[in-house]
Design a protein around this ligand. Sequence first.
Ligand SMILES: Cc1cc2nc3c(=O)[nH]c(=O)nc-3n(C[C@H](O)[C@H](O)[C@H](O)COP(=O)(O)OP(=O)(O)OC[C@H]3O[C@@H](n4cnc5c(N)ncnc54)[C@H](O)[C@@H]3O)c2cc1C
Length: 757
Amino acid sequence: MGFRRDHLTAPIFKWASSIMPPISETEREAIDAGTVWWDGALFTGNPDWNELLALQKAELSTEEQAFMDGPVRNLCAMVDDWTLNWRDRDLAKSVWDFMRREKFFGMIIPKKYGGLGFSNYAHSEVVRTISSASVVAGVTVMVPNSLGPGELLMHFGTEEQRDYWLPRLADGREIPCFGLTSPHAGSDAAAMTDTGMVEYGTWKGRKTLGIRLNFHKRYITLGPIATVMGLAFKMRDPENHLGRGEDLGITVALLPTDMPGVSHGERHIPLFTFFQNGPLYGKDVFVPLDRILGGEKQIGQGWTMLMTALAAGRSISLPSQSAASAAMCARASGAYARIRTQFNVPIGFFEGVQQPLAELAGNTYLIDAARRLTLAALDRGHRPSVLSAIMKYHATERMRRSMTHAMDIHGGKGIIEGPSNYLAPGYRSVPIGITVEGANILTRNLMIFGQGAIRSHPFMLKELLALSDEDKARGLDAFDDAFWKHLAHAVKNAGRAFIRGWSGGLVGPAPGGAAMPRYWKRLSRHAAAFALTADLALLTLGGALKRKEMLSARLGDILAELYLLGAVLKRFEDEGRQAEDRPIVDYLMREGESRIAIAFRGVLDNLPARWAAWLVRLVAFPFGVPDPVPSDRLTTRVAEILMKPSAQRERLTPDLYLGDGHAEHPIKELEEAFRLVIEAAPVEKKMREARVRDPQAAIEKGIISDKEREFLRKAEEAAEKVIAVDAFPMEDISAVAAQHRQPKPARGRRRQEQAAE
Ligand SMILES: Cc1cc2nc3c(=O)[nH]c(=O)nc-3n(C[C@H](O)[C@H](O)[C@H](O)COP(=O)(O)OP(=O)(O)OC[C@H]3O[C@@H](n4cnc5c(N)ncnc54)[C@H](O)[C@@H]3O)c2cc1C
């Protein structure tokens, strides 16, 4: 051992130290946040699929189901995105009151503090259903329950802070917001210039050691109406009052927004989606040290706190909203494509429309499969930060594609604004989901693989920590242990990739007794090839891989597809292998493998060490990277699922708000027209076969009965309503324009200066 360490490991240790930059403090904190779960299994190259299947699927308790059936349905019936965006610019007061009363803001707060104490799955289901009714209501409920004061207090608050704040947050007496982003610190949030100086000031008439805060936060959801803010700032102690040096690091404080020096109330307008969002400014705000979240022991721990909360939060809010949006787009587009005719044919019968329809169905199935799997893991205590980044990115990206497809299928109907447009509010809000909680380009290029390679890889973190150990002898010992294990693992994995690759994916593990073993085996093949490629990329590029974002992104794409496709196969098993869902699973597996192929080819074509790329090709893809795209026939079969009412359509798009409770609602009208058009289809068929277009003539010729004529009439009337778009009298548009003074925006610091005057 001593010989190996001194003569073999030591030179490698020296070389590796030169190509691996030391881990920065913020990186280390991000890496430490959350846990490793199935991502770790995928990184081994040999995941045990039985373990994935054994994870019990997430389910609602009786109480949670009652909440979904009662308050959630009622809330959906109370909101109307058209009125609130175009007239009120806010949720109605009755809606705010209802949300408070029914504790929508306290879903994740434990019962002992007066909250609802819901599971992560229930929380997600609530957000999903509300988001299907209204983006604004969805965001409003989502934010207090995700990353913010409530979540942070539960994990890090002192007992006193929890006892005071949590009951008040649970029943909506306090409305929270979370202030991290500032003008020069968006994606690079740690670069914030907001400061908190430790100094003596006057608090309740007494000289007190505290913090003098100066900040400018922007884009803060609920900021304009929030009564308490979780504020992230850089804490400094130039006079060393606390005896810990000058720079104390990012810290979070709980700040009532009515304190002297705090200014808020201005609103941003996020793409005409009028949830409350705006800047907050603070000028020389003085608070005692006990306002620090978690007390003095949490000074400087702000970044860790945020990363820990994000590790779970990213798996819930945006994936739930995306699931709602994708399902709504699929359901509505299928119905519309069946109702809307052009060239005397329902547009959904054209192959060109079937292609996006199939993707809509596929996205819906996949996002929900991955969402439910991740929530089942969260409810068992996992906090998988890498998987949460995968969920955030892929759910919102697929949602974005679904929205675009839905728009294309609806044509002008989707474009013309008005109360009968059920797509526009969701469409407008797409970039919001893409940007928040880690903007997507950054998440794909920097986080998924970048973080995964360190965090989820079986040996990488141990090696990096050994390399950056200040005690070089101890570092060498630890490196010696990890490196040789890593090498043995890599050789074994290359063997696996070889067998699975050369057998064309026919040899490889599949879970015992699972349906469609060939798909599991193909995933096993890709997992081994991924682990081999990842190891070689890390070996040949070292720390430079961080700057090779395009390569990192593609490796992340492969890792993500392995997770998402595993979730699809698991969902199929969890739902009792519904035979009618097989086309969707076939479609998704082929489409997913095709994405994997694109990513692999991108990596292998661009890996700077050409020998490494050829080695992977030789070992894992001797006959080229398999790229099985869905056939046209399969695509049509999947599209058709959305164009007829069935139990399968319901299972694919469950628990959406379909307008019940509103006297008039465009989705309700769409559903009704869809039902009637399907009912009238056999009548239309008879007429088409007899080549008679006029229903009256068809009655006279005895082709259809009076009753069938009535079916037709009702269907035509209902379809007419759906096809109609809104037009506004010129005077109304002018009158509205005249009433609304053009708001005078104030930009950035100018407001902060005004606040101070
Ligand atoms: C409607 C809305 C609500 C929000 N709510 C809140 C809130 O409640 N609290 C809060 O604190 N913040 C909130 N935010 C802020 C949000 O988290 C930030 O907008 C986000 O972090 C991105 O910062 P930015 O907009 O400044 O974009 P930038 O950081 O300027 O990024 C611009 C682009 O560059 C890309 N990019 C940046 N760095 C890299 C890199 N290294 N590699 C590759 N690509 C990169 C990004 O992905 C993005 O596409 C909200 C934002 C919006 C729009």
